[in-house]
Design a protein around this ligand. Structure first.
Ligand code: ATP
Ligand code: MG
Length: 412
């Protein structure tokens, strides 16, 4: 509370000029006292402003030192807040953003709390709160000064700006990564397409002639078995070529209106038993009345299954597979797991054809390459977020508005 506003302060300017009881008071004395009180008030107010400015300056330094590390900056800001308030000895502070909180050590039940909203790009993302652990008498409209209410608003604004900068930085980085990824995969795709086309013809001949030879009469048993092996190996190679062509966006593609919710339900039906055995819960958050997308149903099912199977494989000791659909200008399908996650080197290469971290013979490394080819062929995008130990999230976005979709075998 301010001196002269009716409360006696135990220390500070309110006691300056105090006079022993019973002493005679002259008019000059009264004027002198008033001046002393006025000086004390101004001095006190200045002292408070200096504290606020020190706090704001400290925050600027903390943000600068954190060098883009928002968590570190928020922890630093919280630690600075109590000193800027009138009763630092009982003041605690907390900043909440999304589901996380940073607080001073004694934050807890409080006698009085003031708070301000943290808004990022017009969306409320959290709060800045300051509390007094013990009651302090009311000044202005509460135990907090008008200036302190303005200060907390300013701090919330600064935190909002910090988060906006973080968001802008992340968006920029994401765009850069996407561009780099698209260029890289485009180049690999061209190589893969050339290779696949070159292999397709000789492979067709090998398969065709081997199958013809199989029909010959009187083949020795061993020759029959050898031909079986040739046919089997050729079919396997043809399947790889087919997948390479899908990756390179060279495969024929049917177009029909497809509701992704149906794709998810039908495909997960195939995986339910495996999920149960692995201790994996499936959580579906499918938007009702999801608008259809124009897609090749079989291929989009394959893309989804590839993502879901990867999620399952990442959770050998159980976990949760979450599938989310959302409609809008673009329809999104998110497949999220709580599995082992990926290191940056793996994440950057996971869409490359033949890239796999699985033991030899257990993975062809074509699952995500195929999913990528299918989604981009449909004019969509596929993005990944993943951290080791924290699971992975794949977000597929496809153009909405499939109402007029039709026709089949559209080559891309
Ligand atoms: N959800 C995930 N969690 C952790 N790592 C993943 C996940 N999805 C993909 N990966 C990593 O990306 C690599 C490539 O995945 P991709 O699906 O293309 O091939 P694969 O699963 O190894 O083999 P295939 O799918 O052909 O059987 C995987 O080997 C794995 O290291
Ligand atoms: Mg896979």
């Amino acid at each position: 509370m301010r001196p002269g506003a009716g409360e006696e302060r135990t220390s500070g300017p309110g006691r300056i000029g105090a006079r022993p009881p019973g002493e005679l008071v002259s008019r000059d004395d009264v004027r002198g006292d008033a001046r002393v009180e006025e000086c004390a008030r101004v001095e006190w107010a200045l002292h408070e402003r200096v504290k606020e400015l020190t706090c704001l300056y400290g925050i600027a330094r903390v943000v600068e030192r954190a060098d883009g590390d928002v968590e570190q900056a928020l922890a630093g800001i919280v630690a600075l807040l109590p000193a800027a308030w009138q009763y630092p000895e009982v003041t605690e502070a907390r900043i909440c953003v999304d589901e996380r909180a940073w607080a001073t050590p004694l934050w807890g039940p409080a006698a009085s709390v003031q708070s301000a909203e943290v808004v990022v790009h017009g969306v409320r993302r959290g709060t800045v709160e300051v509390s007094y652990r013990e009651a302090r008498s009311a000044a202005d409209e509460g135990p907090f000064l008008r200036e302190e209410r303005a200060l907390i608003q300013e701090l919330a604004r600064q935190v909002g700006q910090l988060l906006e900068r973080q968001q802008a930085g992340r968006d920029e980085e994401r765009l850069r990564q996407q561009l780099w990824q698209a260029e890289r995969l485009g180049m690999i795709g061209q190589l893969a397409a050339g290779l696949a086309h070159e292999l397709n013809e000789p492979l067709g001949s090998i398969l065709g002639y081997a199958q013809l030879a199989q029909r010959s009469f009187g083949l020795p048993d061993q020759t029959g078995r050898d031909l079986d092996k040739i046919v089997k190996a050729s079919l396997h190679a043809r399947d790889i070529v087919r997948r390479l062509l899908i990756f390179a966006r060279q495969a024929p593609l049917a177009r029909e209106p497809v509701v992704l919710n149906d794709v998810v339900r039908d495909s997960l039906f195939l995986l339910e038993g495996r999920c149960r055995r692995n201790g994996v819960r499936i959580l579906l958050r499918l938007q009702p009345d999801l608008p259809p997308v124009s897609a090749d149903r079989t291929l989009i099912e394959q893309a989804f299954l590839n993502l879901a199977v990867n999620g399952l494989q990442a959770m050998p000791a159980g976990g949760q597979l979450t599938v989310i659909t959302r409609g809008g200008e673009r329809v999104t399908l998110t497949v999220e797991d709580t599995g082992e996650g990926m290191a940056a080197e793996v994440r950057q290469r996971c869409f490359d054809p033949f890239f796999t971290t699985r033991p030899v013979g257990e993975g062809s490394g074509m699952g995500l390459a195929v999913a990528h080819g299918i989604v981009t062929s449909l004019g969509g995008s596929i993005e990944v977020e993943s951290e080791p130990g924290r699971g992975s999230r794949f977000v597929v976005a496809l153009p909405g508005g499939a109402a007029g979709a039709g026709g089949s075998d559209a080559r891309l």
